[in-house]
Design a protein around this ligand. Structure first.
Ligand code: FAD
Length: 435
């Protein structure tokens, strides 16, 4: 039976859920040969390099990915980068359909004075550093001061703040990068302040992330109860509010009201604060903020400012997609209509929607796009797929090679009492795949 060749670029959740939707859509007269192309020598996208090491349960979704990868119509081509080893034009010619699932990995800038100072980092650098992404091993992180500020009020800022604030012993039984754990063990940081521009009622934290804060044993979490009272008033004025928002405010209220035990490790969430400037001679020393207030549902600036003495600032205010030849980006996303980019090219996941939604959001999104693709399908064309495109001698990490890397990391983890010990060196990853 003739089959359609599908190239999925990016082996993150959106890529795997796209492959799964194609697999589920197969029938007696419709079949697909799926090639997944990934620039890193390892798959799983942000499930490996984004999700926090103390959230191991979230990472069990990788079992679903591996099941998808075991289907006979699936092939992995990791260590192959679109824009470097293959072009979009080549893929378009050699496949019936190309799906870009390349995510959004560029950290948005604050655009304020002092942002370029030493130890002013983006979460887009800090997170992959502690998650053993091979391109971020050498990020310079100085944890010698007592206070760190994290800017942004979403799950990424929460992860960043928690990793900085908790006792590193709590990270010992996780897959945190060895180099990061060593550094965190020597950290002097004892106070971490999350600063959000808007109010508690606008925060993008999800309820599970907030609930996790209540479980921290060695870190005291605080929110100004007055800010929660104000937020409750604003919500009441709004009338009909979503259940998720009510839940969030309820959890934040519990955090604000929880009796403080006087622990030395502190994590504070300060709402209604906009960073104006990062000050310091040569490196971060102080962050100046403007206070905001909510007026008729809108956040407006006040004339009041305050500053925080801190030696590290991490901004977590969103991500944009990378532009590569043949692809145009608008507002951080690949330009698309309901996932359709142009001709036989489509996009899914964070590349399509921007950096919003949890892992599961990508499943329904990918399913919708695959439905659209199938509606638009033409007769399969005569083409050879990626093997016609790669230079001879290019070292591909296929599913078998990835299986070897995976097994090696898990075995090292068993010895160390961890889920895995991640290899962070690109060349070493390749050689593990070869072994
Ligand atoms: C720090 C952080 C923590 C998170 N924690 C959680 C959590 O606890 N729970 C939860 O549900 N969600 C979490 N999320 C959200 C979740 O990770 C995303 O919803 C999801 O990963 C988006 O999937 P994606 O496939 O679109 O992108 P990604 O996961 O980013 O995957 C994109 C893939 O494409 C590859 N790629 C990029 N460019 C190219 C190219 N040119 N050629 C080939 N390959 C390429 C990348 O290497 C990557 O593997 C978190 C996100 C972040 C940033």
């Amino acid at each position: 039976m003739p089959f359609h060749r599908i190239a999925i670029v990016g082996a993150g959740p959106a890529g795997y859920f796209t492959a799964q939707a194609f697999q589920k859509a197969q029938s007696n007269n419709l079949s697909f040969a799926i090639d997944m192309i990934e620039r890193l020598p390892t798959p799983w996208g942000l499930v490996r390099s984004g999700v926090a090491p103390d959230h191991q349960k979230v990472k069990t979704v990788s079992k679903v990915f591996e099941k998808i990868a075991k289907e006979p119509n699936f092939r992995l081509f990791a260590n192959v980068e679109l824009g470097k080893h293959v072009s979009l034009k080549d893929l378009r010619d050699q496949y019936d359909v190309v799906v870009l699932a390349t995510g959004a990995s560029i950290g948005r800038k604050l655009g304020i004075r002092g942002e370029e100072l030493k130890n002013s980092l983006s979460a887009a650098d800090f997170v992959p550093w502690y998650n053993a992404h091979p391109e971020f091993v050498d990020v310079k992180v100085d944890l010698s001061s007592d206070t760190a500020v994290v800017i942004g009020a979403g799950n990424v800022s929460m992860d960043t703040a928690r990793i900085l604030a908790i006792d590193p012993a709590e990270l010992e039984p996780t897959d945190v990068a060895d180099h990061a754990l060593a550094k965190l063990k020597q950290s002097n940081i004892r106070t971490v302040i999350i600063c959000g521009r808007r109010g508690p009622e606008h925060a993008a934290f999800t309820a599970p992330e907030l609930r996790d804060l209540l479980k921290l044993k060695n870190t005291e979490v605080s929110i100004d109860p007055k800010q929660i009272e104000e937020a409750i008033k604003h919500i009441e004025e709004m009338g009909n509010v979503e259940r998720d928002l009510k839940n969030n405010i309820e959890i934040m209220k519990t955090i604000a009201e929880t009796e403080k035990k006087g622990l030395t490790r502190k994590l504070e969430i300060k709402f209604l604060t906009t960073p104006l400037e990062i000050k310091g001679s040569g490196k971060v020393e102080e962050i100046v903020f403007q206070k905001n207030k909510v007026v008729r549902g809108k956040v407006v600036a006040t004339n009041e400012t305050f500053s925080v003495k801190a030696g590290l600032v991490v901004s977590a205010i969103g991500y944009d997609s990378i532009e590569y030849p043949g692809i145009s980006i608008e507002r951080g996303r690949i330009i698309n209509i309901a996932g359709h980019v142009e001709h036989n090219v489509y996009t899914v996941g964070w590349a399509k929607r921007g950096p919003t939604g949890v892992i599961g959001t990508n499943k329904s999104d990918s399913t919708d796009v695959v439905e659209l693709i199938i509606e638009n399908l033409k007769e399969p064309k005569a083409c050879e797929g990626i093997t016609a495109l790669l230079k001879s001698g290019h070292e591909v990490i296929d599913q078998i090679a990835w299986g070897k890397i995976n097994a090696s990391e898990v075995i090292s983890g068993e010895i160390a009492g961890k889920p895995r010990v991640k290899e962070a060196d690109w060349k070493q990853l390749i050689s593990l795949g070869r072994s």
